[in-house]
Structures are given as structure tokens and as C-alpha cells.
Write a protein that binds this ligand. Structure first.
Ligand code: ZN
Length: 264
């Protein structure tokens, strides 16, 4: 378990399954879990922190994000919060939320964003903090990548990614999988070999070699390096479109890169 100190809250990162990250957010009297793939590692972490779980925040319905919901609710009687759009697929949901809703974890404001694309009801949670916000983005934004489009269109996903790019670039993003090195390998071979990307590869390689996560990272670095966000950059977009003989609007370029990643 790793921990990250923000000014008003602490985030604990717990590895689970093959490459999932589960998170606990400790804010005053609240202890919230984001996307419990399974209950056991969360129960163990709550024991270590010697505190009960008060909330579950689900980003989307996939089993490796909600698999622990019911067991944790049974044990802690915690409140389960998830997307109103997807309430029927979130086990044990108590509170249904969507775009613009603001929750409170003790004194900390948590803003909800609708970010469909990976699934139709995917949401993100943004915790405001003077020392840099925290974004919990599930399977939408990854280190140097984005989630597969299981239920949404490329237009929807691009719109969702753009929404995340508009957040404070100092924000740290806490995504649900450790895919960064694979994504960077794809990026280096198929999309860009910029010096920023080389630096990101060296850094990620060292982190993984030392047994440490590459997540959380900053939005600032993703905006410069993430191949799924690069279509927002006009110069990159025009060069990429010209070399692949496709239209140079952002959605066309994003769609082309996303499809190339699917086939990688
Ligand atoms: Zn998913």
C-alpha cells in the first residue's frame, strides 16, 4: 500500500488482481474506497488504518471495479455511490449521481463528471485541494493511454478526455490500472518519439523495476505525452494526419490512434 498526502486528505493505493489499483481516501471522519475490485484487500487496509469504511465511490459498472461492493457494504454498512445513468448495473447502489453533482467527504468537496466512452455510464470524481486536485478517472484516462471503447463512440470518448484536459494541470490522476509501460511502448513505436515521451519511458521503467507504481501521475505530463490526448495539439494533429493520410480534425486523429492501439 502506498500513500499520497494532499492538503485536506490522504490517498492510499492498493494493488489488486493482476494490474488493478484500488484506492482509499481518508478525509476527516470519512474513509472512502474507489472501485473495490474485491473486498479482501480493502478490509485488510481498513484494519491497518484501524477505521471503518464509510463510502464506496464507483466509476463504472465493470466487475473489476464493483466486485467488492456487496461484501464491503455487508461488513461496514457503507454508502455506495455511482452513476445515475448506470444505477441498474452498480451492485448495492445507494446514491445516484451525475455531471456537476458535488459530494462531501467530511470537509472535502468532490465534483462529479460524466465521462462516457469506455462504458456508457462512466463517471469521474475530482477532489478539490489547495495543493493540487485529485482525479479518480477509473478506466477512462490511463498513464499514456485511455480505456477501450466498449460502449461508447470515439466522439464521446474524445469529448470525455477533453473534459479531463480542462482540469487544473497540476491535478494528480488516480486511474484503475497499471498499463503505463505498455502504452508508452505503443506510443513510441506508432505515434511519437518526442523527448518528453523518452523521459516518461525512462522514468516509468525505473519505477516498475523498483517495484513502484507509475500512478498517480500529473495531468500536465499526460497532456504533453499521452498519445490519446495529443490530438488536442494542432501541430501534432496536422503532422499525424498528413503522414497517415486521414482528416486532420481531433476526432479523426484520436479514432485512428485508438484503433492502432486496439491492434497493437
Ligand atoms: Zn472498465
Amino acid at each position: 500500500m502506498w500513500s499520497y498526502q494532499h492538503k485536506a486528505f490522504t490517498v492510499y493505493q492498493i494493488p489488486a488482481l493482476a494490474d488493478n489499483y484500488l484506492y482509499l481516501i481518508e478525509a476527516g471522519d470519512a474513509l472512502a474506497c474507489v472501485d473495490p475490485a474485491e473486498a479482501a484487500p480493502i478490509i485488510k487496509a481498513c484494519d491497518e488504518l484501524n477505521r471503518p469504511l464509510t463510502h464506496i465511490l464507483n466509476t463504472h459498472h465493470h466487475w473489476d471495479h464493483t466486485g467488492g461492493n456487496l461484501e464491503l457494504k455487508e461488513r461496514f454498512n457503507c454508502t455506495i455511490i455511482g452513476a445515475a445513468h448506470d444505477a441498474a448495473r452498480i451492485p448495492g447502489i445507494d446514491q445516484k449521481i451525475g455531471e456537476g453533482d458535488v459530494l462531501k467527504l467530511d470537509q472535502v468537496n468532490v465534483t462529479v463528471l460524466d465521462i462516457p466512452g469506455h462504458t456508457s455510464g462512466h463517471i469521474a470524481y475530482v477532489l478539490k485541494d489547495d495543493a493540487g486536485d485529485a482525479l479518480f478517472c477509473g478506466d477512462t484516462l490511463f498513464g499514456a493511454g485511455c480505456g477501450r471503447l466498449f460502449e461508447g463512440t470515439p466522439e464521446q470518448m474524445w469529448h470525455s478526455l477533453k473534459k479531463l484536459m480542462q482540469l487544473d494541470e497540476r491535478s494528480r490522476f488516480y486511474c484503475a490500472h497499471e498499463y503505463t509501460l505498455n502504452n508508452l511502448e505503443f506510443c513510441f513505436n506508432k505515434v511519437s518519439q518526442s523527448s518528453d515521451i523518452k523521459k516518461y519511458i525512462d522514468w516509468s521503467f525505473t519505477r516498475i523495476k523498483d517495484g513502484k507504481p507509475t500512478i498517480p501521475g500529473t495531468l500536465k505530463r499526460e497532456i504533453r505525452c499521452n498519445p490519446m490526448l495529443l490530438p488536442a495539439n494542432g501541430e501534432f494533429r496536422r503532422d499525424y494526419a498528413a503522414s497517415h493520410e486521414i482528416a486532420d480534425d481531433a476526432v479523426s486523429v484520436f479514432t485512428h490512434i485508438r484503433e492502432a492501439r486496439n491492434n497493437w
